[in-house]
Design a protein around this ligand. Structure first.
Ligand code: DGY
Length: 320
């Protein structure tokens, strides 16, 4: 027996995170690394004072209503919290935190990889070389779209959007953004603010999505909005699959309105959309935006910092 708070870690977090959690809490780790079901979450709430979940564990209103009062804090190992019904959890008196900041650079790196890969035919190019089908070269072969100096539209100029803008400045991109509110000049760093998403889309030869998934942003990119992009636009999504109407995206690719797409997230995860497989102009990754060693350690430590604050009677820095 120990008087340390009991902590359940739902997935296989980094070694350094687990080591620190074991030191400071009476910790149980789900080494099977399978997503926690609704029943698992409800059962765990009667045994643990705290849970560190990932975005794979869904705390719906239905789950929230059945949680045992023993559970005091959900310290998410993610910046996105669309897997948590915040009002329902708050109504149960549960503290909820996330891990902002620490994954911004890793996610912005993946957005850059996807943008370059989509713009320069990475999927088709890799396939042709890998399969031995590369038997010719021509100046008209695999001609892509150049990022350097091009207009970039960023939807959501929070921490990740700003980190992406910083990297895009290295490509001399002409940065435009839409955000609920305009940034201060020192954060804007010369980027052009658009007060409507429609205005932004009209100039977005390259478009990158960095806003959270909420009821308001579900299917943000639909038929009408894809239609507002300049012809041959490149679109990247490293935020959440909910932001894109995937049927509308395929229509936009079929018509050539959108030349190529880079996606790290999908409506259905894990798995993605099987209908995307035939499109070599969709460069896809399996939701790995924050998957670097440095960032995984930082996310785990940030979640533990929030727990430490909570259990020492302070307000966690990332309380939502
Ligand atoms: C996040 O932090 O929201 C990433 O998508 C990983 O969960």
């Amino acid at each position: 027996m120990t008087d340390k708070p009991r902590l359940w870690i739902t997935r296989l977090l980094s070694d350094a995170t687990i080591e620190r959690a074991n030191r400071d809490y009476d910790t149980v780790v789900n080494y099977d690394d399978t997503p926690g079901s609704a029943d698992d979450l409800i059962a765990a709430s009667a045994e643990f004072d705290a849970i560190i979940p990932c975005h794979s564990e869904h705390f719906s209103a239905e789950v929230a209503a059945q949680l045992d009062p023993r559970l005091k804090i959900i310290a998410n190992h993610s910046v996105g919290v669309d897997h948590c019904d915040l009002p329902a959890l708050n109504a149960r008196g549960i503290t909820i935190t996330n891990t902002p900041d620490v994954l911004s650079d890793a996610t912005a790196e993946i957005a850059m990889l996807l943008m370059l890969g989509a713009a320069r035919h990475a999927v088709a190019g890799d396939r042709i070389v890998r399969t031995g089908a590369w038997d010719n070269w021509s100046p008209s072969f695999m001609v892509g779209k150049q990022m350097t100096g091009a207009r970039l539209g960023i939807v959501g100029m929070g921490r990740v959007g700003q980190a992406f803008a910083a990297k895009a400045r290295g490509f001399d991109m002409d940065i435009h953004y839409y955000n609920r509110s305009r940034l201060a000049a020192e954060l804007e760093q010369g980027a052009t603010y658009h007060d409507t998403i429609e205005s932004l889309l009209g100039v977005a030869d390259f478009l990158s999505l960095h806003c959270p998934a909420t009821p308001e942003t579900t299917d943000l990119m639909n038929d009408a909005r894809f239609g507002m992009l300049p012809d041959g636009a490149i679109v990247v999504n490293t935020a959440r699959g909910a932001l894109i109407d995937e049927s509308a995206l395929m229509k936009a690719l079929d018509s050539g309105k959108v030349a190529a797409v880079g996606l790290d997230c999908f409506k259905v995860e894990p798995g993605g959309n099987p209908a995307f497989a035939k499109y070599e102009n969709i460069f896809m990754l399996p939701h790995v935006g924050s998957a670097t060693k440095k960032t995984r350690d930082a996310m785990g430590f940030r979640a533990l910092d929030n727990l430490d604050a909570f259990f020492s009677g302070k307000i966690p820095g990332d309380m939502l």
